[in-house]
Design a binder for this molecule. Structure first.
Ligand SMILES: CC(C)(COP(=O)(O)OP(=O)(O)OC[C@H]1O[C@@H](n2cnc3c(N)ncnc32)[C@H](O)[C@@H]1OP(=O)(O)O)[C@@H](O)C(=O)NCCC(=O)NCCS
Length: 148
């Protein structure tokens, strides 16, 4: 499968696309940690940007949420690729495509709290660690940033 042929779509908060993405986030990011959604997790999502990566037959492959912090800065959160599509460039395609969209909208810097297991992935995409390790949702994380 060619990740470059996958399509990035912004999904509307509260719609069918959002519900599909939310189910994927739950399955890939919450259930493996024995966690479920709390109201606090989803608070503010109406003001955030939701993106899905889709195959040509509309299968959802990966997702990510962008929280605008101010005019130029955004926080990347809830990044996940379906297990059966990992290591084929889908994550890179989604992040790079979303970076292009954010650049066009005037954003200049992306920050995130990255799981330690994903730091190597983000490094390959140009993100740099800032500061020390900290614990979030029970696992070690690092703050990472990139000027886009
Ligand atoms: C981390 C994750 C998003 C990577 O997505 P992916 O589609 O498998 O990554 P890609 O295939 O686009 O990989 C791009 C490059 O990063 C490397 N890479 C991928 N996952 C990596 C990891 N966990 N650690 C180090 N390097 C990694 C790939 O080998 C590839 O390197 P190359 O260019 O030298 O070939 C995916 O494994 C995932 O969803 N994991 C579970 C959820 C998660 O941890 N999300 C991040 C929360 S902060």
């Amino acid at each position: 499968m060619n990740a470059n042929k996958m399509i990035i779509r912004e999904v509307e908060f509260g719609g069918d696309g959002y519900r599909e993405v939310l189910a994927m986030r739950d399955r890939l990011l919450r259930v493996p940690l024995g966690l479920t959604w709390s109201q606090a997790d989803l608070e503010g999502e109406a003001e955030q940007l939701h993106f899905g990566l889709y195959d040509h037959d509309d299968t959802l492959i990966a997702c990510v949420v962008i929280k605008p912090l101010d005019e130029h800065n955004a926080k990347l959160r809830q990044m996940a690729v379906d297990e059966q599509y990992r290591q084929i460039g889908a994550g890179r395609r989604l992040i790079q495509g979303v970076e292009d969209i954010l650049k066009q909208r005037g954003f200049r810097c992306i920050k995130m709290d990255a799981r330690d297991t994903a730091v190597g992935f983000y490094r390959k995409l140009g993100y740099e660690i800032q500061g020390d390790v900290f614990t979030q949702v029970t696992i070690p994380h690092f703050r990472m940033t990139k000027v886009i």
